[in-house]
Write a protein that binds this ligand. Structure first.
Ligand code: MD3
Ligand code: FE
Length: 216
């Protein structure tokens, strides 16, 4: 529940629990969408989007960049968080305020008032790009949630279970949708299907996904 700015009344926001501990806040990022996209553009001027290599030598179809004290990277040596952007050797840019504010607001609404992300991974999908089923387990404390924010074209999210062999359910994620992944869902397998062709008024032919994490 959040308080209405003018009437100081609680606002009933539409939240669904999609899995054990996962809360969807539909459209929470809509009011700040332009500020978020401007922030992504600023981050990407300093730390450009790039297609990283997986340890097995595949090129990821989503382009990525990061902001925060730590950034998530993958290359021939493996998956890890590190303080420097491998492209420049410089520190990652700080998490811009509109992004940090939204992540903390969403986490608080889902029951994590003390969430202080130190890493934000920004994924950019163009038509045909996808992310296969995986777990996020490069972080130190799985008691900390992950907050995800979707902007632009819709994409079908696949939400599995604690084991890879559990059949995933499909959840469409649209512009402005925010999800807080806490509790057992924090370690559930997940991915996104190929992005379908389309055009979004704010982002054009792409979808951005921001994931806010406490890595250390
Ligand atoms: C459930 N990103 O960056 S967002 C990722 O659309 C990632 O870019 C997808 O999976 C994307 O790691 C999915 C939703 C999401 C993100 C992190 C999770 C769901 C999650 C971590 C744990 C459980
Ligand atoms: Fe993930």
């Amino acid at each position: 529940m959040t308080m209405d700015l003018f009437q100081n009344q609680p606002v009933a926001r539409f939240t669904e629990e999609v899995g054990e501990g996962a809360r969807v806040l539909r459209g929470l990022a809509c009011d700040s969408d332009q500020a978020l996209l401007n922030a992504i553009t600023r981050v990407a001027r300093q730390a450009p989007f790039r297609h990283m290599q997986t340890p097995s030598g595949h090129t990821m179809s989503a382009a990525m960049t990061c902001c925060g004290q730590l950034g998530w990277v993958t290359d021939a040596r493996g998956y890890r968080y590190q303080q420097e952007d491998p492209l420049s050797g410089e520190l990652w840019p700080a998490i811009p305020e509109p992004m940090l504010g939204l992540a903390q607001e969403a986490a608080a609404e889902a029951g994590y008032p003390d969430f202080r992300p130190d890493a934000c991974l920004i994924n950019r999908y163009q038509p045909g790009a996808k992310m296969g089923l995986h777990q996020d387990k490069d972080e130190q404390d799985f008691g900390q949630p992950i907050v995800s924010v979707s902007l632009g074209l819709p994409q079908v999210f696949q939400f599995g279970g604690a084991r890879r062999n559990e059949r995933p359910v499909n959840i469409p994620l649209g512009h402005g949708d925010v999800v807080v992944w806490g509790g057992p869902s924090r370690l559930f397998y997940h991915g996104v299907l190929r992005l379908k062709e389309g055009e979004h008024p704010l982002t054009g032919r792409c979808r951005y996904n921001l994931t806010f994490r406490r890595a250390r």
